[in-house]
Design a protein around this ligand. Structure first.
Ligand code: GLN
Ligand code: ZN
Length: 766
């Protein structure tokens, strides 16, 4: 019998019940018991859903109050001292404190939250374990064992899920004195031993150990550590399935296959090519779990196609074959059944977590019991869906394909080189040295959000909504004029989100009502879905931006979101490469750029906040990505004349390894985040001569702190040591939409003062 199992189920709940309950608990509206009850109910519901779908082994340990990496830190007793309550075991409040920090109060000092960062190449963020050389581990958190008992009591066949020791250590960050994280392994392994013994005593047969770092380029000492670790854990009394995902194992395949454990899971969605090789490398005693249903996307699986591989594997492996999603379903929305507002055809193309577990179960059934009517019906339905998608005119638009086919190399090239363009632009824009600007958004106040909600609910008319937004634009423009900023923006008041706002106006995107995915903690996002070729039925921003320009004689910068970011923050198609989707988006946004220029806008910013996020996990694949991502940006930006200045913005500062590609984007001006790292980024400019203009952020908009102008001036002086002053712009780190007006104004006032100060200093110097 081929076994159907799942690697993890989304924990937030179809209605984001977990988010709501946790937030209510934080506010003091419900008790810890109430909160725990919500957790219990969600887990029970999710296990039952999976069982009903036909999953043989349900995961336990995929539930987390905030983040599964954080749960592991607590389990191992890794609670940084600033949260530790001397000698006592951590509580739920300790967990939330580690996640969110503690505000300073009169009685006791504050404590900053643990750092948060992206989970591999997903949009999920985990809390980074803090590792110190003297760290001692102790089993300190009972959650996993309690949940196992809970599931067993409900009659489920369970498979606890833990993050493996190597992956957990890899994700941690060294604090204090420098040391090799791997030195902690020896001390950590006994904790895993204890966990496995406890689980075995509870009656558990199989444990899933997630080691996704096996899909990364690993240093040799880490590879060696894998062998050492699993040799030591070999004697523990549970069967172990090592789960890998998000990329192929490649050079680690032999290592993974040979580890002394009982099974291996591979992501065949991301890396189907590893399939034939693994058959030859897998020892004859081992289970092979094949991840064939995409856990990272919203599309229905092509069951027949997948079944071809599975049948082959089943012939070779028999009962040793397990069927699974590619990775945990944490990354897909919960239940498609709720999306009644989608038309039948669109719905028929989609599958969320509940539907994906059904697909996994059907695939296993198709191996075990191929003639059963349910299997036959599911296969027939899958075939119909594939055919309808392959032929639908809603997806395939000849005019888009024709336009793309006609794109030439010249289309992604500005007319003249930067050195020529910038002369024309300087003449036309007539800006001072150290020109000041912002990143685009101004505070999204309660009033703005209320107006948008009322408009969406039909309680505020189109005209009234428009007037309310125009009043906001007027206000933002007036404030900027009073502050003395050089390049103004309209403030993005009319935008809910930098991707959704554009996606809603493009053809080829669909929107779900409940398609929430956890981003971190209680924060969930509802990505738009690209389902077909992209077109832009009409101009998207021109009216707003032209209106703003009419309010001022100063230069006003138009704001757009770039193609790579549009793609990275959406669910992409599976029937077309990411590159092709980016190019389609590029052409649509290019038309908007051209329209803005025609409306008299002299500076246009194309944000690429997610540019770096698209980098593949494996280095060897970086260049191919960077090439098409850069090309897509240039295709978007190159429809305008030399005099029009193109800006771009990126929200992070780790550029050193991609700086050539950033330069190759050839934006006239780039604004980037640098203030938190004290302009560390600029180290890259020691060796790399960045050719175009650049605005390193001079203050951190993520914090309510308002730095004084001398602090900002100092950062600018630091920047001016590395970059020619003619190239430098002065701006905050990112958009101001999450800030309030008083702090935004105060900080910008200091920023303008800092710029004026530097102008003076450099005027003297010249
Ligand atoms: N223009 C956007 C803003 O100012 C950019 C946001 C971002 O980069 N995340 O909000
Ligand atoms: Zn930003």
């Amino acid at each position: 019998m081929a076994v159907a199992h799942n690697l993890g189920f989304p924990r937030i709940g179809g209605d984001r019940e977990l988010k709501k309950a946790v937030e209510a608990y934080w506010k003091g509206d419900i008790t810890e018991d109430n909160l725990r009850q919500v957790g219990r109910e969600l887990r029970a519901k999710h296990w039952q859903l999976q069982k009903d779908a036909g999953i043989d082994l349900v995961p336990v340990g995929d539930f987390a109050w905030y983040d599964q990496v954080l749960t592991h830190s607590l389990t191992f007793g890794v609670v940084p001292e600033r949260f530790a309550t001397a000698g006592e075991k951590p509580t739920l409040d300790t967990l939330f404190a580690m996640a969110r920090g503690v505000v300073e109060s009169s009685c006791c000092g504050g404590a900053h939250a643990q750092e948060m960062t992206k989970w591999f190449d997903t949009n999920y963020h985990y809390l980074v374990p803090e590792l110190t050389a003297d760290l001692e581990f102790a089993l300190s958190w009972e959650q996993l064992f309690e949940e196992v008992d809970e599931a067993l009591a409900l009659g489920h066949k369970v498979k606890p899920v833990v993050i493996g020791p190597l992956t957990w250590l890899w994700l941690g960050k060294v604090k204090g004195e420098e040391f090799n994280k791997l030195d902690l392994l020896e001390k950590l392994l006994p904790i895993y031993g204890q966990i496995f013994q406890r689980l075995a005593a509870q009656g558990v047969e199989w444990v899933q150990i997630d080691e996704p770092i096996l899909s990364l380029d690993l240093p040799q000492d880490w590879k060696n550590a894998f062998e050492r670790a699993y040799n030591l854990l070999q004697a523990e009394p549970v069967k172990k399935l090592i789960a890998t995902y998000f990329s192929g194992l490649e050079d680690n395949l032999g290592l993974a296959a040979g580890l002394p454990v009982d099974g291996l899971h591979l992501d065949l969605v991301r890396a189907p090519e590893q399939y034939p090789t693994i058959l030859d490398r897998l020892p004859a005693y081992k289970i092979l779990s094949l991840g064939v249903v995409n856990g990272r996307n919203v599309w229905r699986c092509d069951l027949e196609k997948v079944l071809a591989t599975l049948k082959h594997a089943h012939e070779r492996l028999g009962d040793r074959l397990w069927v699974a999603p590619s990775c945990s379903l944490l990354h897909s929305p919960v239940d498609l059944a709720r999306e009644e507002q989608l038309d039948e055809e669109l719905q028929s193309w989609l599958a969320f977590a509940v539907q994906k577990t059904e697909e996994v179960a059907i695939l296993a059934q198709a191996l075990n019991n191929p003639d059963c009517a349910k299997v036959q019906a599911a296969l027939a339905q899958s075939r119909t869906v594939q055919e309808s998608r392959a032929n639908s005119p809603r997806i395939h638009k000849p005019q888009v394909q024709a336009r793309l086919a006609a794109v030439t190399a010249a289309d992604s090239q500005r007319t003249s080189v930067f050195a020529e363009r910038i002369k024309l632009q300087r003449e036309r824009l007539d800006l001072p040295l150290f020109p000041t600007t912002t990143i685009g958004s101004f505070p999204q106040t309660k009033e703005i959000r209320a107006a948008r909600l009322a408009y969406r609910q039909g309680k505020l008319s189109e005209v009234d909504y428009q007037q309310a937004m125009q009043a906001e634009i007027q206000h933002a423009v007036k404030v900027q004029e009073e502050l003395g900023l050089d390049v103004l923006v309209h403030g993005e008041t009319e935008r809910n989100d930098m991707v959704e706002y554009f996606a809603e106006q493009l053809d080829g995107y669909l929107f779900t009502r409940f398609g929430w995915v956890q981003s971190y903690g209680t924060r969930c996002v509802k990505p738009a879905v690209i389902y077909g070729d992209i077109t832009r039925p009409q101009a998207m921003t021109v009216e707003w931006i032209a209106y703003a320009q009419q309010q001022t004689d100063k230069v006003l910068k138009g704001m757009l979101t770039g193609p790579v970011t549009m793609l990275m923050w959406s669910f992409p198609r599976e029937d077309l490469s990411r590159e092709q989707q980016a190019r389609q988006l590029a052409l649509a946004i290019r038309d908007e750029v051209v329209d803005l220029e025609a409306a008299g806008i002299k500076i246009i910013q194309i944000d690429e906040a997610a540019f770096r996020e698209g980098l593949p996990l494996r280095r060897a694949e970086w260049q191919a990505y960077l090439d098409w991502a850069t090309e897509s940006f240039r295709l978007t930006a190159s429809g305008v004349c030399d005099e029009t200045q193109i800006h771009t913005h990126m929200c992070y500062s780790e550029f050193n390894d991609v700086i050539d590609s950033i330069a190759a984007m050839d934006a006239d001006v780039i604004t980037i985040e640098t203030s938190r790292s004290q302009m560390e980024l600029l180290d890259a400019f020691e060796t790399f001569h960045y050719p175009n203009d650049i605005g390193p952020g001079v203050y951190d908009i993520h914090s309510p702190r308002v730095p004084d102008s001398e602090e900002m001036a100092n950062l600018l002086r630091k920047a001016a040591k590395r970059i020619a002053v003619e190239q430098l712009w002065v701006n905050p780190d990112c958009g101001l939409k999450t800030r309030g007006w008083p702090e935004a104004k105060a900080a910008l006032e200091h920023m303008v003062a800092a710029a004026k100060q530097l102008r003076k200093e450099y005027a003297k110097a010249v």
